[in-house]
Ligand binder design. Structure first.
Ligand code: AMP
Length: 431
């Protein structure tokens, strides 16, 4: 019986996984420079956590969660996103002590039962950051610019930062009422879903995926036209900071994001290289969520990058690949049984001294072993025959230049390391 993977999930195979590891290293590198530290979170949580934070009337909670009852009768959900768990952990472990700004990042798989298509999976990966503990718009600015820097380091230059402000608990209620009464005028044409939930959650109509609804939504009142003075000032300040540093952005008054917890600034980064699912990243402020879960008043700002989409737009073909690909330092080529015996011991020794070593376990002819060394993309091969072993000397072949050098057995690892260092320092060839 041939069992295939489940619809909407995928394997990340060697060849691809090195690219993922490289992107993750780059992310860690940038985020650490901005003071973010990793938090590792559970893959599943109590269903209530997501239902209450993301919002009962969102698509994620209504239609997309992987929820099950565990053996003790508890309602469990595979996490559809990371922010809710960060907030839960923040309160559970009293991370608000000592007071101040706490900067965290997380990464891992998320699960949503969506219709699989290009750029949309049922198990997908996010890397996200959350800055908890300040409402200063400096953090909104800093986190967004950190993200842009991260994307630039990955070689992405055709991105668009879109921002919006969703207002706060002071201006949102008035806006919701205005929006509801406008929506009422279109109930005969709006989709069933919008008609069913607009009373409880009118902002979701602005985010509806149905094309005819989107056309109506374009003409509905916008949050940024209904901000209170504080939110207005806050949004102006963020825009001024972006203008001042020359970060290109546009205002998208239509963007409300698919999760209910956002307040004030929200943003997305979209790529022109992607089709319908063009958002690489989404995020924003959520100033009331910690309090809603009985934690202390803690304004927060964060984002989540969709790794699957990100990986699909990075121009790997333009990179030289040295940071990404994993290649053996040395491939051991053994001729004859005694040499095989020695090479096996040598492999162990060189690996324990920090070198990446490969060999041909099925030991074919010299030609076939050299072919395997080539295929493995090894930097050097070390050739060991009976004569070499008796003489205490091996042949080290540089696989890029073809140069062969005789090296003494007792200085082997040091000589190989020196050769590797010289190779790393050598200027790139121009041909
Ligand atoms: P969200 O958590 O909905 O704000 O999404 C943040 C980012 O995660 C999006 O901008 C996408 O890049 C990515 N994302 C969300 N849902 C999916 C999915 N089903 N498949 C792949 N990536 C996704």
């Amino acid at each position: 019986m041939k069992i295939q993977s489940v619809r909407g999930v995928k394997d990340i195979l060697p060849g691809e996984s090195e690219k993922w590891q490289w992107v993750e290293r780059m992310a860690r590198n940038v985020f650490c420079r901005y003071g973010f530290r990793e938090i590792r979170l559970p893959i599943f949580e109590k269903t209530q956590l997501f239902a209450r934070s993301i919002g009962e009337t969102t698509d994620i909670v209504e239609k997309e969660m992987y929820t099950f009852t565990d053996r003790s009768g508890e309602q469990i959900t595979l996490r559809p996103e990371g922010t809710a768990s960060v907030v839960r952990a923040y309160i559970q472990h009293k991370l608000y002590n000592p007071p101040g700004v706490l900067k965290l990042y997380y990464q891992g798989p998320m699960f949503r039962y969506e219709r699989p298509q290009a750029g949309r999976f049922r198990q997908f990966y996010q890397i996200g950051v959350e800055a908890l503990g300040t409402e200063n718009p400096l953090i909104d600015f800093e986190v967004m610019t950190m993200l842009i820097e991260f994307f630039r380091l990955l070689g992405l230059d055709d991105l668009e930062l879109q921002i919006n402000s969703l207002g706060c608990s002071r201006c949102r209620p008035g806006y919701r009422d205005t929006l509801k009464s406008e929506i009422r005028k279109h109930l005969n044409v709006l989709c069933e879903n919008c008609c069913a939930r607009y009373e409880r959650n009118p902002l979701r109509v602005l985010d509806c995926k149905v094309e005819t609804d989107q056309e109506i939504a374009r003409h509905l009142p916008k949050t940024i036209e209904n901000l209170c003075t504080e939110c207005e000032e806050n949004f102006t300040r963020i825009r001024a900071m972006l203008d001042g540093t020359g970060v290109p952005y546009s205002i998208n008054p239509q963007m409300v994001r698919g999760l209910d917890y956002y307040t004030r600034t929200t943003f997305e980064v979209v790529s022109k290289k992607l089709g319908a699912q063009n958002a690489l990243c989404g995020g924003g402020r959520y100033d009331t969520l910690v309090e809603e879960f009985d934690g202390p008043a803690t304004p927060c700002f964060g984002f989540a990058v969709g790794m699957d989409r990100l990986l699909s737009v990075i121009p790997f073909e333009k990179m030289d690949g040295t940071d990404i690909e994993v290649r053996p330092d040395v491939f051991l080529v053994a001729l004859g049984d005694p040499a095989a015996e020695v090479s096996f011991r040598l492999a162990h020794q060189l690996r324990s001294e920090g070198l990446a070593v490969e060999m041909d376990y099925d030991r074919g002819s010299l030609k076939s072993q050299m072919r395997k060394a080539n295929k493995a993309n090894s930097l050097f091969t070390l050739i060991l025959g009976e004569n070499e072993i008796q003489a205490g000397k091996y042949l080290l072949k540089d696989m890029e230049t073809g140069t062969q050098t005789e090296i003494a057995a007792d200085t082997l690892s040091q000589t190989v390391k020196n050769s590797l260092r010289r190779k790393a320092d050598a200027p790139l060839s121009t041909d």
